[in-house]
Ligand binder design. Sequence first.
Ligand SMILES: *Cc1c(COP(=O)(O)O)cnc(C)c1O
Length: 426
Amino acid sequence: MKRNLETLCVQAGYHPGNGEPRQIPIIQSTTFRYENADEMAKLFDLEANGYFYSRLQNPTCDAVAAKIAALEGGTAAMLTSSGQAASFFAVFNIAGMGDHVVSTTAIYGGTFNLFSVTMKRMGIEFTFVDPDCSDEELEAAFRPNTKAVFGETIANPALSVLDIERFAKAAHAHGVPLIVDNTFATPVNCRPIEWGADIVTHSTTKYIDGHGAALGGCIVDSGKFDWSKYPEKFPGLCTPDESYHGVTYVERFGMEGAFITKATAQLMRDFGAMQSPNNAFLTNLGLESLHVRMKKHCENAQAVAEYLQQHEKISWVRYCGLPTDLYYARAQKYLPNGSCGVISFGVRGGRKAAADFMGALQLAAIETHVADARTCCLHPAGTTHRQMSDAELEAAGVSADLVRLSCGLENVDDLITDIEQALARI
Ligand SMILES: *Cc1c(COP(=O)(O)O)cnc(C)c1O
């Protein structure tokens, strides 16, 4: 039976039998016991389903991954230890030395570093395109050895909205999948697979956990990309894996299972970036209220953005829920029920005024984190980007006056009163 999103948030992924625990049990065990060696051998050959070692798979993690797969409308999913691990596995599962990937420039700073420095050292080239580039520029970014396209639904921290359909079309025209990091929108506000994305990734550390308690990531496969149409592009999925007893993933697991099975059997086995069952349990607690919390995050952010926009000490506001925002029309299409709780804005007076304003806030804490229950803020020019000059900041798309505010779940009048008193003091 088809269930609505709210029901999936609460109940998908785990279905206890008679007399079994109502809440997902935390299977705090590294290993699993078997009666005889043959049964264990079948697991190792991927001929039977089951658990043998929690570095590869754990029942608590699998139940939570299944819930996120249901929410995103995918066929298979896996949890990872962090969002960084999810981004890395999603790309590295299909791209290796000598390959090339197209990514938008509007991505998380950690992902940009992973791609442009660390994965480059592994022999993978990236071409970065503006998410609003012309069709010609996008077309020119592809090469014969391109293996994937990558972008973020709502970019952190740029807050631009990705034209998912357009990027999916371009990727598919070149026989490669579109990977979308859906961290800021969450499946509650956008399901990229419905718009043509093939693989979806998450930092569950943000809204999905939502309480700043558990680091984690997730990869979801739509099951819609036909790897077997391009065997020369994706040999890892379409030819026997000698490190796994000669299994050919697309043949054995089909379009709906090949990607995640390969990522589990090879990458999780070799890199071990597994989410702990304890963190998976916390991630699931977050999921149970995600639909309720996202609504409130968006309501609070909308009211705060509207307040900031009319204040004379604020020079500009970026929030795609504002009709004057550059991404308003696109957000109406992809994010009709709301976007996220993060706003960025400029304080008149530049670097010093922004820093003074933040120092005067009482409710909003200064943190590098975003997207949890407590309102927090960050002044990139004074912290994460403080080594840069004003001109260098401008070139990086981060102005010296920029404040990023992540609206939490507090009473919105209290948040606005706090901002009001802080602005009055500068
Ligand atoms: C935080 C973040 C990541 C990285 O996730 P971690 O869980 O911190 O490793 C990736 N993508 C986006 C959009 C993020 O906000």
